[in-house]
Design a protein around this ligand. Sequence first.
Ligand code: GLP
Length: 241
Amino acid sequence: MRIIRAKDYEDMSRKAANIISAQIIMKPECVLGLATGSTPIGAYNCLVDWYQKGDLDFSKITTVNLDEYKGLTRDNEQSYYYFMHEHLFGKVNVDPGRTFLPDGMEPDSEKACADYNKIIAATGGVDLQLLGLGHNGHIGFNEPSEEFKGETHCVDLTQSTIKANQRFFASIEEVPKQAYTMGIKTIMQARKILVVVSGEDKAAIVKEAFFGKITPKVQASVLQLHQDVTIVADEAALSLV
Ligand code: GLP
């Protein structure tokens, strides 16, 4: 586990974007595992900027996103489909036919998850998986639990996650209560993992997840077992370690 200390959010974003762009340059047809949340937005902005300057070409990449809310339409501004189009896909030359997310509008959870597992398998596996970190240690939407789940599954979001995401919705009632997420086994199968973390409010979970006991109660702690993890975190997020 490699920890890269960044000064602040902007520095963290640039450093993370550099790692992602190196991956694309070294392997133009790579498979990127992508994440949502507020943390990766700065890195996506850098990638868009470098694309516009002619330094990056997304035309051969494939992307698979970690998760999607169950029940939100693609044109709902809070869906992760919308998020990805807003922050990245709509601004670079990625082939829309090779960008994948779980289908949040598939009401049959088993089907939605099985379909997504097939899509991930067909890509040949993720080269670089980008991850944010939830306050309770979740990665994707793998919430604290008694076990590590393998592949894509439907999760009941915890009250703390629903509350944390409330800021994006008009009211707490509008926050979806379920989501489809890649499982821990799939995340751990990525050849490389890049975690981005920013802010003092994440300092306690950074310490617990990456320096504490490996337990499904803190799902990100499993990353300690992966052979190629890079954490890019700002000083505030690293203030307790
Ligand atoms: C959501 C996403 C996660 C993300 C987390 C942290 O719950 N499903 O993938 O890492 O939020 O979000 P933020 O980066 O806004 O703190």
